[in-house]
Write a protein that binds this ligand. Sequence first.
Ligand SMILES: [Zn+2]
Length: 362
Amino acid sequence: MIPVTEAFTSTYAKARASFVAAAEGLKLPTERHVHPAARGAEGEELSADIALLGDPDAQALLVLTSGMHGVEGFCGSGCQVAMLHDEAILAAVEARGVAVLLHHAVNPYGFSRLHRTNEDNVDLNRNFRDFSTAPAPNAAYAGVHAMMVPDRWPPTPENGAAIAAYVAAHGRAALQAAVSSGQSDRPDGLFHAGVAPAWSNVVLRDVLHRHGARRRKLGWIDFHTGLGPWGHGERIFSGPPDPAMIARAKAWYGGDVTSFYDGSSTSAALTGVAFHAALDACPGVEFTGIALEYGTLPFEATLQALRADQWLRNHPETDEATHDAIKRQLKAAFHDERAEWKAMVYAQARLAVLQALRGLHG
Ligand SMILES: [Zn+2]
């Protein structure tokens, strides 16, 4: 095992290098999926990288994904790299006879350039919808868009007062739901679902199909940050509203698995969530998915950072000092550099993986 803090890095390029080196150190089969067009913050190539641990022909597969939300990848990548150096995890993978697929940097563009969204400002975890049907209009988002993404940044006192009045009238949960549930009308807005499957979506579906469709069981832990108490890892059920599936997730991970279907999660109800990729790509495979969501800053601070970043994206002419300040603010909302936070994060990641391996066994 390496010291946990060494598994976490400060850029996408360094995170990728650590991941690839750890996989090579274990002589694991790997794949690299290079983005056909986009480049990173340092001009580097962007890719999703895959490593397969354990028996490749196992009946059960555990998928661990990082960077679905770009900048949140610092956390998920750190956990993936730490696991590849963790003898207890490696021994448990062996003992349980499970294959583990690590998918590093699902959204490498956002990871490298410090966005939560991708190269088209798409929130990937709202992008797994059925594009053959027209999206449902999101009237709640339409009602708050101009307020949430104002023309001026920092926002005016009047803008702050309008948001306070909205929260006073409707409640904070209503604001969170309006903003974050996923919307298809404003590509220049927050939590945009996209108009077609994103590159990362296509890659993820392909990887899941090739590695997962032949298995009997599929578990998935998707690493996220930005909601909930500092350092706490909330296990948010990720799947359709299927009572048997929810019961299985609770049997694996414990009764504190939350769900946005019953209001027990810090997350609002969402559309187009990535679990659809697993169900579509691996039909008939027994699926059990969670998002492991770690708290960073209070909700208001995270939302403020996302608003600032959206404003910046809509104003590319912004001066460098303002750009850098907004990027620092965004990274701080989705990652914490303190050793204490990383230790808390990895301890809970490790626990969840050991629980999943146990659930997938047999
Ligand atoms: Zn996330």
